[in-house]
Design a protein around this ligand. Structure first.
Ligand code: MN3
Length: 203
């Protein structure tokens, strides 16, 4: 079987001015597609019984040793971007409420506290990588995790429900070196109904 990426549901221009159309196009049609295609090429002819990319990552050590790093890089890239493009939308003012939000507020005193910790993680991450909100394998202990390159929380059994891409390809055309502004913009396009849906899917 081939793994197919989950695309952003709107037009490339839908997220302007927060994310510009050219960045969305390149990000989804070049980078995201590239991870998908390289993952599928690496897995061609390899026997496994996993139906989701998340399960492949969770059990990556069961794969042949010579393709594991390629699967970490490109399977992680596929899963991370699937999550990123699934939890943002152009609909403004989606309330911070629902099942996933209850998980978040079980850990952080307020939305602002959560946002501050997430923002600090994203602005202080050195080089290319991601910041996630994840829970542990028992769906407990919500926490923020920073990972380098295209590593996925699933590699260590943690389940992400929100993820921010802080590779320069995600923001450089519009924000150049101003990563903090990009992180601030991200909070304007998080679709909490979709984050709630991610939580329903993993719990
Ligand atoms: Mn990216």
């Amino acid at each position: 079987m081939k793994f197919i990426r989950k695309k952003f549901e709107g037009d490339f221009s839908a997220l302007e001015p927060h994310i510009d159309a050219k960045t969305m196009e390149l990000h989804q049609e070049k980078h995201h597609e590239g991870y998908q295609n390289k993952l599928n090429a690496a897995l061609e002819g390899v026997e496994h019984s996993h139906e989701t990319i998340e399960q492949v990552l969770l059990h990556v050590e069961d794969l042949p040793a010579d393709i594991q790093q390629t699967v970490v890089n490109n399977g992680g890239g596929l899963a991370n971007h699937n999550l990123f493009f699934s939890t943002i939308s152009e609909v403004q003012g989606i309330p911070f409420e629902g099942a996933a939000v209850e998980v978040i507020t079980s850990k952080w005193d307020s939305y602002d506290d959560f946002r501050e910790e997430f923002t600090n993680a994203a602005t202080s991450l050195f080089g290319s990588g991601w910041v996630f909100l994840a829970v542990d394998e028992n769906n407990e202990d919500p926490h923020i995790v920073s990972l380098p390159n295209q590593e996925s929380p699933w590699l260590s059994g943690h389940k992400p429900i929100l993820g921010l891409d802080v590779w320069e390809h995600a923001y450089y055309l519009n924000y150049q070196n101003r990563r903090a502004e990009y992180v601030e913009a991200f909070f304007n396009i998080i679709d909490w109904e979709k984050v709630n849906a991610e939580w329903e899917k993993i719990k």
